[in-house]
Design a protein around this ligand. Sequence first.
Ligand code: GLV
Length: 316
Amino acid sequence: MTTKPSLLITRRLPSSVIARLEAACDIDLYTGESAIPRDELLSRVRGKQALMCLLTDRIDGELLDAGRGLKIVADIAVGYNNIDVAAARARGIVVTNTPDVLTESVADFTWALILGLTRRISEGERVVRSGTWKGWALDFMLGSDVRGKQLGLVGMGRIARAVAARAPAFGMRVAYADDQVAGVAGAEQMSLDRLLTTSDVVSLHVPLIDSTRHLIDKRALARMKRSAWLINTARGPVVDEAALAWALGQHLLAGAALDVYENEPAVHPDLLAMDNVLLVPHLGSATTETRTAMADLAASNVLAVLAGKAPVTPVP
Ligand code: GLV
């Protein structure tokens, strides 16, 4: 009897995905309600040939040494800042992520945040639920139209392009700042500084790497229009959260919608107290269809590599 390769999965997955994997692997599934504790991850990765993990799992040299037999680390996320890719490459371990399958869902969600923030949806809901609503009034809870205004995209990768593609439906013109991407139809390329000083909505779509950590700091926030809104569906540390709380307190911008945070699940306490800040718990790709597709793609990567084939979506 040949033994199957062993696979550690750090969180429950849709049963259809588990069924696909079960045919080829011995699965060790962590079933806890929150992220697998570090010591448990370190001990359970020992002797495994494959690891399917989440953005909440830190995959560094220490972990990869514990998992010396690993052939693949398959992240179920498009952003892979949780993985030390160089350390994996140095050990001959393939790293994969889940691009494309989440692009449209995250773009939809970005627009939900843009409209939710500018039209004060969660603020209004709080009023209704609190029982303090006095009824319709001409000047009650006025928001801002986005029509005729500029949407500034920081980063012009797949998700930003999908966000841009939706802009004509809302009457927004699109600007973007991205040194790597030239000539996007229907969007004006500009420097980050010009984008910050001219945009009415600034939406972040860069990966978290050294050069983007705290890209939006005090200085950048001070360059934004006082009437502008900031949206972050990328990674929390792209924004200096303390600086954002300070800038909002100084009324240097109109408000912010955040899906991601510097130290998830913690949120800067000052932001929690502000009505012009829309806060959601890292839900950008969170639809049943998309999360299933992400898990399925990660499974395809594991199955390919364990079968000696090229991975479907290796990280660049
Ligand atoms: C989610 O944040 C992802 O990177 O997929």
